[in-house]
Design a protein around this ligand. Structure first.
Ligand code: TRP
Length: 377
């Protein structure tokens, strides 16, 4: 079996999430923290309840600050290398919920520069156009334009540059080599880039001219940036950014996260209903090779991406989810039926999302930082 590899640019093999907690030195999310979130938010989001968001750094500190009415904000982002698929939506759905429930500002970074630098064949025109395409998906999820500030790196660099300079001066080449695995053949753009993703952690403090602690809801592969950010924050006079880390939505094939490098195993927000059905009906499952064996031996929902889609996104009811789990294991439900039901739900979701996504086209300006905040040094 392929070895696990989790970096900000590559995720491979079956991911051992408990091991990542140790390797990255983060903390598991506790029931107490989930309960406290529920107290402030008035409900507990499914992604917390089901531990899709499962690890953190200083999430307790963030909640305490929030409870004490000290300044806090949200920060997350997207590297626009491709169209958006369902996996990308997971942290955004949760972030939107936090924004609404806790009434927080969100700072959102589109790193068209990063994706241009990283991918040999991508032009800056391509990654920049993807940034705006991806922004439509973000807007479609229902973020509040009054509280959302989107930065497109290649165009809005003046908001970040002075902070990034101060950040960059604290980071040596040997640090980024060790943390990100850069080598002597990595281009020098990549060596500077982490200072931009890190600078965003401190932008809310600069804009609001007070010490704003940011909480970063994101998939766990981004953790290396936050390690470096936290190391240098105090020396620059900023609070250490806090993180809440999610697992990945699996692809529809056997093992690994949903990835644009395997398009038949990823469901894009722009897919047609036919494509959604085709991809899901062809999905790998935890089922037996034949219906007869399935009835006799039952399936394995713990190893099944189809079941994971229900648990991460498409089955809100706890009772119905555990009933599906039980029936799968008992061989009472066959994979075909389970996949067809999922395809229906996904297609319905995508249809609504596509309508909201089209309506977002005339609302882009309302979300861009440059249309509402003046640059501060
Ligand atoms: N590097 C991220 C990516 O490749 C993009 C990004 C920038 C990001 N800032 C972020 C992701 C903050 C999560 C949180 O997708």
């Amino acid at each position: 079996m392929a070895e696990m590899k989790v970096t900000p640019w590559e995720v491979e093999g079956p991911v051992d999430y408990d091991r990542l907690i140790e390797v990255f030195g983060v903390k598991p999310l506790t029931e107490d923290l989930i309960r406290l979130t529920g107290k402030y938010a008035g409900e507990v989001h499914l992604l917390l309840r089901r531990k899709v968001f499962y690890a953190h750094r200083d999430y307790d500190v963030f909640l305490k600050r929030y409870g004490d009415k000290e300044p806090v904000a949200l920060y997350t982002g997207r590297g626009p290398s491709s169209k958006v698929h369902l996996g990308h939506l997971v942290p955004w759905i949760f972030t939107r919920w936090l924004q609404e429930r806790l009434g927080l500002e969100l700072y959102f970074q589109l790193t068209d520069d990063e994706k241009f630098l990283y991918h040999r064949d991508y032009t800056l025109e391509y990654t920049n156009s993807m940034a705006y395409e991806n922004l439509l998906d973000l807007i479609a999820l229902g973020f509040d334009p009054k509280k959302t500030f989107v930065i497109v790196d290649s165009e809005d660099i003046a908001y970040l540059y002075n902070i990034a300079l101060r950040v960059a001066k604290k980071i040596t080449a040997s640090i980024v080599k060790a943390v990100f695995g850069f080598t002597d053949s990595t281009n020098i753009g990549m060596y500077f880039f982490p200072s931009l993703q890190i600078a965003m952690c401190f932008l809310p403090s600069t804009i609001r001219n007070e010490k704003v602690l940011v909480l970063i809801p994101a998939a766990i592969d981004q953790d290396p940036y936050w390690r470096v950010a936290r190391d240098i924050a105090s020396s620059l006079g900023y609070p250490k950014p806090a993180q809440i880390h999610s697992k990945f939505l699996p692809g529809l094939g056997p093992g690994g996260k949903m990835s644009s490098s395997r398009p038949e195993t990823a469901i894009y927000t722009t897919d047609s209903p036919e494509a959604v059905y085709r991809k899901i009906m062809n999905a790998f499952t935890g089922g037996q090779p034949t219906a007869e064996l399935q009835r006799k031996l039952g399936g394995n929902p713990d190893k099944c991406p189809v079941f994971t889609y229900y648990s991460m996104l498409f089955e809100p009811s706890e009772e119905k989810l555990s009933e599906r789990y039980r029936r799968c294991k008992a061989g009472e439900i066959l994979c075909g039926e389970c996949k067809r039901e999922l395809a229906e739900r996904v297609a319905k979701f995508i249809e609504g999302h596509q309508k909201r996504r089209e309506r977002a086209r005339d609302r882009i300006e309302d979300f861009l930082i440059r249309t509402k905040v003046s640059i501060r040094k």
